[in-house]
Design a protein around this ligand. Sequence first.
Ligand code: HMG
Ligand code: MG
Length: 316
Amino acid sequence: MNTPELGLPMPVPAAGLPARVRIHEVGARDGLQNEKATVPTAVKAEFIRRLADTGLTTIEATSFVHPKWVPQLADAEELYPQISDLPVSLPVLVPNERGLDRALALGARRVAVFASATESFAKANLNRTVDESLAMFEPVVSRAKGEGDVHVRGYLSMCFGDPWEGPVPVPQVVRVCRALLDMGCDELSLGDTIGVATPGQVTALLAALTEAGVPVSALGVHFHDTYGQALANTLAALQQGVSTVDASAGGLGGCPFAKSATGNLATEDLVWMLRGLGIDTGVDLGRLVATSVWMAAHLGRPSPSRTVRALSHQES
Ligand code: HMG
Ligand code: MG
């Protein structure tokens, strides 16, 4: 019989779910990019080191974007060499060839381009139409794959709802997913940038993508938790065979170009649910909670993660 450990849920597996989930940790990038006060580079480096020490194997480190657009991540050149020795994957965001050059110069082996399913967010986030941004990514992806086979993730934002355009039609999402895969992206991450999706929508989008010939093994999900739906949406995605889930330690985050976005699904909340379902993540929950409490002290406010609060007795 399964026995519960103190501070951990009772593992009771459910049918039809993956045996293992890879968590793509985005706290240091998506989590911090919206922070108003500059977080010192040394704090970011220690955050990433502590995250690596919890057993997380994919830790998105920073973005090589225009520093005026995301001032918080303007120290990417300084930060990356301080963490590049870690024995984990350290993907970085690159919007264009300039970003790719900067990342490759530092030895990055995993990069991510980031598209939008809607015109409004493409304009706000990339100063381009959807098709112009795809044209901007094309040489990034072909060079990354051609020059030394760098792994490329393709993010797709606003897959469910958009703050300017409302609900996003599924075919619009499928079209951009196909374009990113046809370009050569190794995996896609389906973003609910403003956290409005509900599980039925997730199931419907994944079914449409399967019908369009997109293998579920190439898909990850990226839920923001604005309306408290991120875990429910994650479970819906796992039931469709998705086994890569993005999450942010302590639930940090938001998007500077979509005001209604809050933090991502908290990694601790995800680990709690997966552990309860008997799904292996390789993550030490106690260490992760301690890391988020440490980071919350640096940011000067408590973590919004329910699991962090429950396990740390953090002041709220
Ligand atoms: P632009 O102003 O159109 O840029 O911005 P441009 O191509 O016209 O170039 C203007 C100047 O910027 C030039 O300099 C370029 O060299 C320079 P100048 O010749 O005038 O001196 N420049 C750069 N400098 C450094 N690094 C670069 C770079 N590129 C150009 N990479 C651009 C276009 C794409 C650059 C800009 O819109 C940008 O940086 N956007 C980034 C936005 C961003 O980071 N958003 C957050 C990440 S996405 C997200 O959070 C969603 C996600 O989490 C999923 C979800 O939740 O949905 C992934
Ligand atoms: Mg995001």
